[in-house]
Design a protein around this ligand. Structure first.
Ligand code: ADP
Length: 162
């Protein structure tokens, strides 16, 4: 059984992330999405638990997609869950430059155990990122072309609670 780990911030999960998850879940036996705590990033829009909840709701019917919270090195989270590789998404050359560096470091710090498999962004979501979604939302514009309805409802609810 080949399991892979998809680590990221997912604040919030977008259709871009979802296209990577769906491509990977067609190929691998199990995709574990790890909502990673990143001490170098600002606190963000959603808490880590809220991000996990939203992703779980989206994939509640999917048999081979699981969501966990992670901290520390992604490779350690991958090893903990018995994953053979990390998966990442590439939108263009900027992502390629950072991902090749990350993949090399991750292989090295896991003593060669964890490789990285990259999927290309769907052309419709080439320029889509979580930060773009947060900006559009803050401007009061419709985000339904970019995120699942569960996420847009979640963002509206969170705004009301603030
Ligand atoms: P991180 O904070 O680790 O960059 P993100 O949640 O921003 O976490 O992204 C996780 C992964 O998903 C990264 O590999 C990123 O390149 C990829 N990704 C983000 N947006 C898209 C998109 N629109 N299409 C394809 N891959 C994407």
């Amino acid at each position: 059984m080949t399991k892979v780990l998809y680590p990221g911030s997912f604040d919030p999960i977008t259709y871009g992330h979802m296209s990577v998850i769906e491509q990977a879940s067609d190929i691998f036996d199990e995709v574990i999405i790890a909502v990673m705590q990143n001490p170098l990033k600002n606190s963000g829009f959603f808490t880590l638990e809220e991000r996990q909840y939203l992703i779980e709701k989206i994939y509640e019917k999917a048999k081979n997609i699981k969501v966990v919270l992670g901290s520390g090195a992604s490779v350690d989270v991958a090893l903990k869950y018995g994953c053979k590789a990390l998966i990442r998404g590439l939108r263009g050359v900027t992502d390629f430059d950072s991902e090749i560096g990350l993949a090399t470091i991750n292989k090295s710090i896991s003593d060669g155990k964890i490789n990285t498999v990259c999927f290309f962004a769907d052309s419709a979501y080439q320029f889509l990122s979580s930060s773009v979604v947060r900006e559009i939302f803050n401007l009061g514009k419709d985000i339904n072309d970019y995120v699942h309805p569960i996420v847009s409802v979640g963002m509206q609810k969170k705004l009301k609670r603030r």
